[in-house]
Unconditional design. Structure first.
Length: 282
């Protein structure tokens, strides 16, 4: 008799692997530990392999479990993508996403609004957060998905993408001045160190003339000609250019943008659908 892979069993397996403990996973999923253990055994029976190595300190993946993990993730992701692509799909519930401000100027708000109109029984919340705020918000359950500089995210990422960090200045700004005036995001900001290291490596002196925790304020200061800053491509705005000033300044490292997800949301169709949308946008 042919056997099917129940998405509920896959979700249980993923939550256990993320949390590293059957007891913690059971608490997270609102089940008893014996019931969850039975469901995990059921999945292993279907697959025909032991997927988890059980020990007093928790669980870890066996070789078969490590090989099976990407299939489980993909099946659940496809489930969300399939339903997200059909206006008639019955999606409901709430999903909160934490993103750094650099992505708020993209098509993300419009895409979320369109999704809400297609699926009126859903509530999507987009929370603009500083990079250092995303992991605590994820841990606290304030958000289900976090999209930011991967350096601020803990544990395995769902996916990541390397994005160039660009020099940015007003159209007629002279980047040959010495010392170079910098418009920076307020400390603590990891990118400040990257900028200053790149300039120091070529012997270019600099001074900070403006700083703010607001992307809008940084863009306004740059547009006014106060100094040079660094932005992701998604944060470039009207009146701000990169190509000309980049010819006079040293290259900058790429930034790894990653997405992390609360383990409890594994298998949730709405969260999977939102995750699929984010992956297409970034």
């Amino acid at each position: 008799m042919a056997l099917d892979l129940d998405t509920g069993l896959l979700r249980n397996f993923l939550v256990c692997t993320r949390l590293g403990s059957i007891s913690r996973a059971a608490h997270s999923l609102g089940r008893t530990q014996p019931a969850l253990s039975q469901q995990l055994r059921r999945l292993e029976d279907i697959v025909g392999e032991a997927l988890l190595q059980r020990a007093a300190k928790g669980v870890s993946l066996t070789a078969a479990g490590a090989a099976f993990l990407p299939y489980a993730e993909r099946i659940l992701a496809l489930s969300g993508e399939a339903l997200a692509g059909f206006p008639g799909a019955k999606l409901s519930g709430r999903c909160s996403v934490g993103v750094i401000e650099d992505f708020m100027g993209t098509a993300l708000p419009a895409v979320f609004a369109d999704f809400g109109r297609l699926h009126p029984e859903t509530t999507l919340e987009v929370v603009s957060l500083l990079g250092r705020e995303t992991q605590p918000a994820l841990d606290a359950g304030r958000i289900q998905l976090a999209l930011c500089d991967a350096e601020f995210l803990e544990g395995p990422l769902r996916w990541s993408k390397r994005v160039p960090m660009l020099w940015a200045a007003a159209e007629n700004f002279d980047a040959s001045v010495d010392p170079l005036p910098l418009v920076m995001f307020s400390a603590p900001c990891r990118w400040r160190g990257l900028v200053q290291s790149a300039l120091s490596a070529v012997g270019k002196s600099s001074r900070i003339v403006f700083e703010s925790g607001s992307l809008t304020a940084v863009q306004a200061a740059v547009r006014a000609g106060l100094g040079v800053t660094t932005l992701l491509p998604t944060a470039m705005a009207h009146g701000i250019v990169s190509a000309l000033v980049s010819k006079l300044l040293p290259p900058l490292p790429d930034i790894e943008i990653g997405l992390s997800r609360r383990p409890e949301s594994e298998g949730d169709v709405l969260t999977s659908a939102v995750e699929a949308m984010l992956k297409q946008l970034i």
